[in-house]
Design a protein around this ligand. Structure first.
Ligand SMILES: C[S@@+](CC[C@H](N)C(=O)[O-])C[C@H]1O[C@@H](n2cnc3c(N)ncnc32)[C@H](O)[C@@H]1O
Length: 387
């Protein structure tokens, strides 16, 4: 497990790595049950600001552990799954570290690749066999990435992506008129009327909404994904978004697992931000005992957000359920809710059961003693009885 001790002064990377670790462990294990070969691609691998001598605090370190663990688990069940990690890095110094990895992981095929990820897209694609499932981590330091160049990679079938959109820099860049900056951003966000909408945005929250919505649509389109969802990583000691992690998948099950991991990462973020704020306040005043309440307050940041997402999910369930004449199967309804809101499937199941009790939703196939809806249950809005 990633250890917060390795992330002093860069707690935002800890939150990103909690999410990556949780999700990769689940994803690699699950996909290895169906595919003979799993390929992890780290487009901007580093190592970068790593404090751990075994690089356990890096994205590729986390991925190699996930690949190794899943491989061993399946091997003990008599199933041999090939695991590959393609690690791309531009900096010669960092690349030297990547070259040392293969002997340390004899059970995983590691392909270190030196160069510019954007230029290497066709080479990388040619190294991924057709029968493999692939996961792309794109975690650049900046934002000058022409999305159209990545399109063939994002559109690869049997693939998922996690893209780090450097929100703070991009938001700032979006107010700059320099032609090179304007062109660069237009290449990252090649479609939509986001510039117009940004001009009309009055608050920082509205600006964020416009940029997140624009990039969600660009990624959905480029990768032909079914779902794209965003996780905001905040500055550790300030209430400001630093970056946005965009996850793209073509599977409802991927969305389900991702939301579980996202909730855990947001809880980890609330806890680390609370601790960071307390440390900084203490260091300023040297009065320890005053700050217990600050700790509690900040730690509730995740529950406040998740509670509000839960109530929006309840509303969405009630609104998205169709009229009686055209019922929807529950397995097609819950992904619509999870795609919009940061909520776990278990929570949506409970909400659906409660809405049934409250006479808002109707499930004609509900069996006795069932506590939550089953995937093949039909669902519709309960018709108001006329007097
Ligand atoms: C933010 S760091 C990656 C951190 C890593 N994903 C992690 O979480 O541990 C970005 C890395 O990308 C490298 N880099 C920057 N531009 C690149 C490019 N065009 N192609 C490949 N690597 C690049 C940098 O040298 C740096 O090591």
């Amino acid at each position: 497990m990633v250890d917060i001790e390795d992330y002093k002064g860069r707690e935002q990377a800890y939150v990103k790595h909690v999410l990556l670790e949780q999700y990769l462990e689940a994803l690699v294990h699950k996909t290895a049950s169906a595919y003979p070969h799993i390929v992890y691609v780290d487009g901007f691998a580093g190592p970068w600001q790593s404090a751990n001598e075994n690089h356990e605090d890096t994205s590729f370190g986390i991925a190699l552990r996930a690949l190794r663990t899943a491989k061993a688990a399946w091997k003990s069940n008599g199933r041999d799954v090939k695991m590959t990690a393609i690690l791309i890095e531009k900096s010669p110094t960092a690349f030297k570290e990547l070259e040392k990895l293969p002997p340390k992981f004899p059970d995983v095929q590691i392909i270190p690749q030196k160069g510019d990820f954007v230029v290497l897209v066709p080479t990388i694609l040619s190294k991924i066999p057709k029968d493999a499932f692939s996961f792309f981590l794109l975690d650049p330091k900046g934002w000058r990435i022409p999305l159209n160049t990545l399109q063939p990679l994002l559109a690869r079938p049997n693939s998922e992506v996690l893209f780090n959109f450097m929100f703070e820099f991009i938001n700032r860049a979006a107010s700059i008129n320099d032609p090179a900056v304007v062109t660069g951003l237009n290449e990252l966000l090649p479609s939509g009327d986001w510039r117009q909408r940004l001009n009309q945005a009055a608050t920082s929250d509205q600006r964020k909404e416009v940029l997140i919505d624009a990039f969600t649509k660009c990624i959905l389109q480029a990768g032909n994904f079914k779902h794209v969802c965003e996780t905001t990583i905040l500055r550790p000691a300030r209430d400001r978004p630093l970056y946005s992690l965009f996850y793209g998948t073509r599977h409802d099950r991927g969305l389900e697992v991702f939301r579980d991991c996202q909730v855990k990462a947001l809880e980890a973020q609330a806890a680390t931000r609370a601790a960071t704020k307390v440390d900084q306040a203490e260091a300023k005043s040297r009065q320890t005992e005053m700050f217990g309440s600050l700790h509690e307050m900040a730690e509730n940041e995740a529950s406040t957000f998740l509670e509000s997402e839960k109530s929006k999910a309840r509303e969405a369930l009630a609104t998205l359920a169709p009229e009686k004449a055209n019922p929807i199967l529950y397995k097609d309804l819950w992904p619509l809710v999870l795609a919009k809101h940061v909520v776990r499937l278990t929570t949506v199941n409970q909400l659906a059961a409660q809405l049934r009790k409250d006479n808002v939703l109707h499930f004609p196939d509900w069996e006795p003693r069932r506590r939550v809806p089953q995937p093949n249950y039909r669902c519709c809005r309960k018709e108001k009885e006329t007097l």
